[in-house]
Design a protein around this ligand. Sequence first.
Ligand code: FAD
Ligand code: FES
Length: 279
Amino acid sequence: MMVEIIDKIALNKYTSKMVLRAPDIAASAKAGQFVIIRIDEKGERIPLTIAGCDIDRGTIDIIYQKVGFTTYKLDYKNKGQSILNVVGPLGRPSELDGYKNVVIVVGGSGCAIAYPQAKALSENHAKISVICGFRSKDFIILEKELKSISDSFEMVTDDGSSGNKGLVTDVLQNKIKDGTADLVIAVGPLPMMKAVCEITKNFRVKTIVSMNTIMIDGTGMCGGCRLTVGGETKFACLDGPDFDGHKVDFDEAILRSKDSSNSKPFCGKDCNLFKGGLK
Ligand SMILES: Cc1cc2nc3c(=O)[nH]c(=O)nc-3n(C[C@H](O)[C@H](O)[C@H](O)COP(=O)(O)OP(=O)(O)OC[C@H]3O[C@@H](n4cnc5c(N)ncnc54)[C@H](O)[C@@H]3O)c2cc1C
Ligand code: FES
């Protein structure tokens, strides 16, 4: 069944939010879950986090950064148009109950994934510290939203164009050294999550990571999202996407993600795939 785009809002030059009519998904979605969308019959399936939902309106929000063919193609769609299908909610909800003092470390479009988790923690009355890292000020999203639900908020950018110049890991150590944090959540590029886990392991703070592996069917059938956690094979779509970061084999995951990105060219608006003009 076609899924109507109720609204589309550009969050910055590279990232947009879409509100989709999906009442069944809105009624049952929990923080940490995602959908797999397909734009049309010829379209690839891509996973996107359920960034918000409105049960009364029967809508869900997705926030996507335009990084390649399908996300650019999605961005050609506008309010009032439809996409072919949206499957979900998929994945296990994040386990966030009982934590009192949580540090959320996010990089780039990882904010779209971390925001619903931060909201759920805030509803559970946890104290939340957010450390956000972006390439530059042009990539910032959800700053106001994350600030409004966090007790402390720090921004770093690679070029210093907003907040301090530096990496999220530069700030993290100071945040957890007093020993009061009972959970760290890390969402972003694999090398960033690996670096966060190396720090939190030293401080013995439990760390949840969101594994953004390649996903195709989202049902455990294709094996695309396979990863090793605590020496066991897991599927990010069924067993995750959240995992205990101290048990994830990041080196293997990084290697697998390189294999898959080598087989796909970066595909911006100048790419040949777009030259025929996407509708
Ligand atoms: C559980 C989960 C939730 C996600 N939530 C969000 C989100 O809320 N917002 C957001 O901007 N991005 C999210 N992503 C990443 C998003 O799925 C990819 O950016 C998207 O698939 C890129 O597709 P593309 O065709 O535009 O780019 P491509 O040119 O095909 O790929 C660009 C990069 O995107 C990744 N990617 C490509 N295809 C897939 C795929 N089928 N599954 C997973 N990753 C892929 C790869 O790292 C690849 O190198 C999520 C990924 C996962 C696994
Ligand atoms: S996406 Fe196919 S097994 Fe997980």
